[in-house]
Design a protein. Structure first.
Length: 94
């Protein structure tokens, strides 16, 4: 795995867990009681970005520090974000 970023390795691990990134973002956001707009404000991104992260899965926080910030805001840390059990339910995540 030489040459891969930490984010790439986390995404591989996450895919192995069978819960998609959009599902996980939506799960933790809703668990905190936050709207997509509130998360966008906390992340300092346009509110449409959060919708794209949750709905399409084709877009994600692109800068590693943004992913670190997202994990910290939603779950406390990168480790907790990726290791916590989140339900695999596409309709509930949307």
């Amino acid at each position: 795995m030489h040459g891969r970023s930490g984010l790439d390795l986390l995404l591989i691990l996450f895919q192995y867990a069978r819960v998609t990134l959009p599902e996980r973002i939506a799960y933790f956001r809703k668990k905190k009681g936050w709207s997509q707009r509130r998360l966008a404000e906390e992340m300092e991104v346009d509110h449409s970005a959060v919708g794209h992260w949750e709905m399409t899965g084709k877009e994600r926080p692109t800068v590693p520090r943004n992913m670190d910030k997202l994990c910290a805001l939603l779950a406390g840390s990168v480790v907790q974000f990726w290791s916590a059990k989140a339900p695999r339910n596409r309709k509930a995540a949307a």
